[in-house]
Each structure stands twice: as C-alpha cells, then as structure tokens.
Design a protein around this ligand. Structure first.
Ligand SMILES: Nc1nc2c(ncn2[C@@H]2O[C@H](COP(=O)(O)OP(=O)(O)OP(=O)(O)O)[C@@H](O)[C@H]2O)c(=O)[nH]1
Ligand SMILES: [Zn+2]
Length: 347
C-alpha cells in the first residue's frame, strides 16, 4: 500500500476513535477515544499520554532546558490519569474552570520525530494534539516518514474540471484536486485568460465562518470577494481555495481558538494554548496545484510573507507581491493588528 491512502485511512481511524500505529508507537486520540475502547486497548490502565510542545508549555510543564520547549512531551501514567483527567489536560477550554491538575511527570520522548509525526496526523484529522500511547497493534500502520513526506511534498491530482459562471467575472472554470496527504478536495478557480504572462493568483485558506457566514472576526469573506473582483478586472487569474481551515488546525479547533479569544487570548496565544504552532499551513499543495495548471510564475495577492516563501520553496516564482488589505471593523481590528505585530504580516 502506498503512503497516501494509508494516511487517509489513518485520519479516518483517528476521527472515529480508533488506534493507529506510527512507527513503533500506537496512538489513540484523547479527544475521540471512548471509555470502551480504552478499556479494551489499555486494559491495565497504564497508557501514558503524548502532548505537543506548545500544550506542554501552556500547562507549565518542563523547564527551559527540557524537551517541553522544543518537542513533544510524554506524561507518565499515574493513578488519577483517567479519561476525564486526560481530556482536561488536552482541552484548554477546560483550563479556566478546573482545579490544578497534577502532580504531572513529564518526560522527554524517546523518538521525537515519531512523536511529532503522530501529532501531525492528529492535526490533519482536526483533533486536539493529545494522544494515548498504547501497546496494542492496529490495522492502520504508517511510518513517520510517510506522514512527514506527504505533508512536505504533496501531490495534486486533477479529479474534475467544469465551467462555472460567476457574477461579473469573465468565463471561469473550477478545477477540483485531491490532496495526496489528507484526501481533502482543494479547488482552483481559473478566471478568464492570462496568456503567457504570470497570472494574478490568490491563495485563499478556507474559513467557513468568514467565507459563508460573513463573520466579522476576520477579513476572509471580504478578501475572497475582493480577490475575485481584482482578478476579474485584470481579465484573468487564479484563485486557489485551499482546505486549510483555521490556519491548518481544522474547524473544531478554530472554534476552540475563538472560545479562548472570548476569554481574552489573542489569535496567536489561542493557537499555542491549544497545542498548535501559530500557523500550521504549508504551501506545497498550492505549488503542486499551480504546477498542475501549467503555472510556474505568479503575481501573488497577499500580505502574508509565509505564502511568498512557501511558494518559492516549492518551485513557484513570485515575480510580484500585490497587497491585499480590507477595511477593518471593530471586531477584527485587534486580529489584523496581531497578524502584523506578531505574525509578520506585511503592511
Ligand atoms: N487558528 C485560527 N485561524 C484563524 C483565525 N482567524 C482566522 N483564521 C483562519 O486563518 C486563515 C486566513 O488567514 P489570514 O491569516 O487571515 O490571512 P492569510 O490568508 O494568511 O494572509 P493574506 O494572504 O494576507 O490574507 C483561514 O484559514 C481562517 O480560517 C483564528 O483566530 N485562529
Ligand atoms: Zn476568516
């Protein structure tokens, strides 16, 4: 079996609360494991927990010199570490209404690459980065390199293409791609014509709240509409609609981040408190899609420097950056300011 379908199966298994083997570790998500599954797969109740470096840091585990700073952390099993306690350790939404948990014994993991690959898989499944480490062997088995490789060098396969009439835009086509790593379907809107010269391109990361419901917490909805308008006004270009909801942490985790923001955290600290990096997106898939469309030079509509380097690292030359600012509103002013102050977004 090749790595890609195995990763899709592994993601489905984790979402369904089943175990997956990554290298020499068998993992079971704290978020989706039922008590019955735990009773079965960890009958003696001895499983330690694996959490990300960021979550360990948020829990105050490990000192500056320890692995908690840089890599995933294992929490040894102890008597009180049952399913409820594990969920309280995993879910920052519970941080505010609980007694202190502990004492916790955090130990550096033996194989950080393997642990990181396991946590990456949990993220691709849209789950919290917290896993039981169990002894049981499982049906779906992957190597850490399969996960790291699929994320670093994804392949874009065109699955379908059709005309899509859009209001006030030149004749357009929608092209669907399947992500070799996650099985997600990404979309390219190819608008009008751009014969020969580097087209104007927008990489839009999925944002259900902003794109569909017009949430005022971010600027995604207006950015999406305005990008299409600008591309249309140029006579042509490409908009990629990338399924990287919540900067790559998934919809449920983004809502968890929003709940933390309701408690006063900013967008960066909310991600970290959940156990994620500030931004978990990669642009290998975007580059692969552009290449599949025959594009290797672009004029990029963005304020995000990671998109410029991300495409460049994957062989797409950005010949020009076109700024893409929207008017702010009282709900997203802090968010936009944080992106500039803490995430290096360009003015
Ligand atoms: N985790 C998280 N994701 C968010 C939050 N607000 C918006 N997003 C997601 O962020 C992505 C949009 O990224 P932005 O940082 O707004 O903009 P960008 O696309 O990186 O940069 P530009 O190209 O300049 O627009 C979408 O996937 C949104 O779902 C938040 O508070 N937390
Ligand atoms: Zn948004």
């Amino acid at each position: 079996m090749t790595a890609a379908p195995a990763i899709e199966q592994a993601i489905a298994a984790l979402r369904a609360g089943r175990a997956v083997t990554v290298g020499s570790s068998t993992i079971l998500p704290v978020e989706t494991a039922t008590q019955a599954t735990l009773d079965l797969l960890d009958a003696k109740g001895r499983a330690p927990m694996l959490i990300s470096a960021q979550r360990a840091h948020a829990l105050g585990l490990g000192n500056e010199r320890e692995a908690a700073r840089d890599g995933p952390v294992e929490i040894s099993h102890c008597e009180w570490l049952d399913r409820d306690a594990a969920r309280r350790l995993a879910d920052p939404g519970l941080d505010f209404d609980r007694e202190p948990i502990g004492p916790l014994t955090a130990i550096a993991v033996e194989k950080p690459d393997e642990a990181q690959a396991a946590l990456t898989l949990a993220r691709l499944a849209g789950l919290l980065p917290a896993l039981w480490l169990i002894d049981d062997a499982s049906a779906v088995s992957l190597l850490p390199a399969d996960i790291a490789g699929a994320v670093a060098r994804p392949e874009a396969m065109i699955v379908a293409r059709a005309r899509l009439p859009l209001d006030d835009l030149p004749p357009s086509q929608m092209v669907a791609f399947r992500d070799s790593a996650s099985g997600e379907e990404h979309v390219a809107l190819v608008v009008g014509a751009f014969d020969g010269k580097p087209p104007l391109v927008r990489l839009h990361s999925e944002c259900l709240t902003g794109d569909v419901f017009g949430s005022l917490k971010c600027d995604c909805g207006p950015q999406l509409k305005e990008a299409l308008r600008i591309i249309g006004a140029e006579g042509g270009g490409v908009l990629l609609y990338l399924r990287q909801e919540g900067r790559g942490i998934g919809l449920a985790n983004k809502l968890r981040a929003y709940a933390l923001q309701d408690r006063g955290l900013d967008t960066v600290d909310a991600n970290r408190r959940l156990g994620f990096a500030d931004d978990e997106r990669g642009y290998g898939m975007a580059a692969a899609i552009l290449r599949a469309l025959g594009i290797d030079q672009v004029r990029l509509l963005t304020n995000n420097p990671n998109k410029l380097t991300g495409l460049g690292d994957h062989g797409i030359e950005v010949v020009e950056r076109v700024a893409h600012h929207m008017p702010v509103n009282p709900h997203n002013a802090d968010y936009i300011a944080t992106k500039q102050d803490r995430s290096g977004h360009l003015a």
